[in-house]
Write a protein that binds this ligand. Structure first.
Ligand code: HEM
Length: 501
């Protein structure tokens, strides 16, 4: 080999070594963490990794260092550390890189994973202004109609209640994002959206795909054994692109034909301050996925909690009967007058937060509490650990809305201040989510009793509290009995439906 080439190579190696040595021999220690296996590092349990990491916190404290297949990661388990890093130091901790599987599936960019600051600002603006409190006034009647229609489905096919809940937020999000009205169960567009939502949740899971921790695997050809994930990614990529494009084109055509309805996308297309087309297409699809599965999980958790805690259900229903009366169904404007229903909603979010952890990527080296956090570490915010902190929530795994009655709710324990994230990347759909969830919960309570179902041999069945372990965690399928509470409640529902139609 040419001597100059050897010299150049040696120089590069030496410079790399020096750079790494300088960073690792930095005078600050790294945060503590569980010892890992050589090369493999730490092995995260496939089920509920956030709970395992919460328990590690008993030994290692609020910041936990891990390494998975050579990729360094840090998990923030406490509210105090999260508020400091993601709010006070948000200029360092507001970046989110797409995981490798998300990249392979073409689900990167948009509001969730844009790394270009100009496009990210556009994307945040698009969603934040699209579902601001002013815009919600426009969408409120649609929201109520969708909820009333779901209650009607509960009435006719109560055993399919999980399907009905699954469809509700997706239909609302398609309506708000694109002005699209679903034609029912077999609506092809809804099906496309649901496929995209499902694919997205799996691709973004911390434990589902090895390539998310070992990006070099993305070079494995599709046809090799072990390359199946590449075939999956190619299919999901096509589905993601097809869905984003057809949804966007639906709005463009409706606008051209003069029949478009108010929507986030039509508002963005008409904006005086123009948006990049890609930003609109990707951010709108991510709004659908960001708003759908999260809200589904919350409503399903509510059903499970009511089933398992009949006395809580009765107290919430009594409050609605007392405050709202028997002449109408509850609306969002009743929220302040229904403190126990509010406490139920708060406890649902705390007990089983739909998004247990999210990743961020510091854009520069940092030191927190005497610990060194290097720039390229993936930093996970463990919302689950914050909401299951035994010191703040005694008997933390018990569903107990009374935690929220009578005392002040400080920021460090308020689930509404935690489950939607922190700082500049906080969920931009928070207002919509809270309104959607509150209105749905209050209306279900007003119209229906939720009780245990019976098995074929007549025994009452108590469902297990078992959840999926993807990026968004939701109850595994369970059965329950849904019956209208009174003739009066039924009549009110029918009147509401007639009025909305
Ligand atoms: C109960 C329902 C919901 C929960 C628990 C939830 C939770 C979250 C969380 C934890 C994040 C990440 C925040 C962070 O990094 O700190 C997020 C981001 C996001 N959410 Fe929500 N969300 C919900 C509903 C919605 C709705 C209805 C929308 C519709 C507009 C939405 C759209 C988004 C978007 C677009 C992002 C990405 C923001 C960014 O990365 O800058 N979410 N959400």
């Amino acid at each position: 080999m040419d001597g100059r080439l050897v010299f150049a190579l040696l120089s590069v190696c030496f410079a790399t070594f020096l750079y790494r040595w300088r960073r690792t021999s930095c005078r600050w220690p790294r945060p503590p963490g569980p010892p890992g296996l050589p090369l493999i590092g730490n092995i995260l349990p496939k089920q509920y990794p956030w709970e395992a990491i919460r328990r590690w916190g008993h030994t290692y404290g609020p910041l936990i260092r891990m390494s998975v297949l050579g990729t360094p990661a840090l998990v923030v388990n406490s509210y105090e550390a999260a508020a400091e890093l993601f709010e006070k130091r948000s200029s360092i901790y507001s970046q989110r890189h797409p995981m490798e599987m998300i990249l392979l599936c073409g689900m990167d960019g948009g509001v969730l994973f844009e790394t270009n600051p100009v496009k990210l600002r556009q994307a945040r603006r698009l969603v934040a202004t699209g579902v601001s409190s002013r815009e919600l006034d426009i969408y409120r009647p649609q929201l109520r109609t969708h909820i009333a229609k779901m209650l009607e489905k509960f009435l006719h096919t109560p055993d399919k209640f999980l399907d009905h809940i699954q469809h509700l937020p997706g239909e609302i999000m398609l309506d708000i994002a694109y002005g699209y009205t679903s034609t029912g169960f077999n609506d092809p567009f809804i099906k496309e959206a649901e496929t995209w939502i499902r694919n997205f949740a799996i691709a973004g899971s911390v434990t589902e795909y090895l390539v998310n921790w070992l990006p070099i695997l993305s070079y494995v050809p599709q046809w090799l054994p072990g390359g199946a994930f590449k075939r999956t990614a190619a299919l999901w990529n096509k589905q993601a692109v097809d869905f984003g494009e057809s949804a966007f084109q639906f709005v463009v055509k409706a606008m051209t034909d003069g029949v478009s309805r108010p929507s986030v996308v039509s508002k963005a297309i008409n904006s005086q301050d123009p948006y990049d087309r890609h930003v609109i297409v990707k951010s709108a699809t991510q709004m659908v996925t960001g708003g759908a599965d999260t809200s589904v999980s919350v409503i399903e958790t509510f059903m499970l909690a009511m089933l398992l805690n009949p006395e809580v259900q009765r107290r919430a229903q009594d409050e609605i009967d007392r405050v709202v009366g028997a002449d109408r169904l509850p609306t969002y404007s009743d929220r302040e007058s229904l403190p126990f229903v509010e406490a139920v909603m708060r406890e649902v979010m705390r007990w089983r937060p739909p998004v247990p952890m999210v990743p961020r990527h510091p854009t520069q080296d940092d030191v927190y509490n005497g610990y060194f956090i290097p720039k390229d570490t993936i930093v996970y915010i463990n919302f689950w650990a914050m909401l299951h902190d035994e010191e703040k929530f005694p008997d933390h795994d018990k569903f107990d809305p009374d935690r929220w009655i009578g005392g002040g709710v400080t920021k460090d324990i308020d689930p509404f201040g935690i489950v939607f994230g922190f700082g500049r990347r906080e969920c931009p759909g928070k207002l919509l989510a809270v309104e959607l969830v509150f209105t749905t919960l209050a209306n279900i309570l007003a119209v229906f009793d939720i009780t245990k179902a019976r098995s074929t041999d007549g025994q009452l069945m108590t469902p297990a509290v078992a959840y999926s372990s993807g990026g968004i965690s939701a109850p595994l399928p369970f059965k329950c009995n849904i019956k209208p509470r009174t003739e009066r409640a039924l009549k009110l529902l029918q009147e509401t439906l007639a009025c909305e139609s």
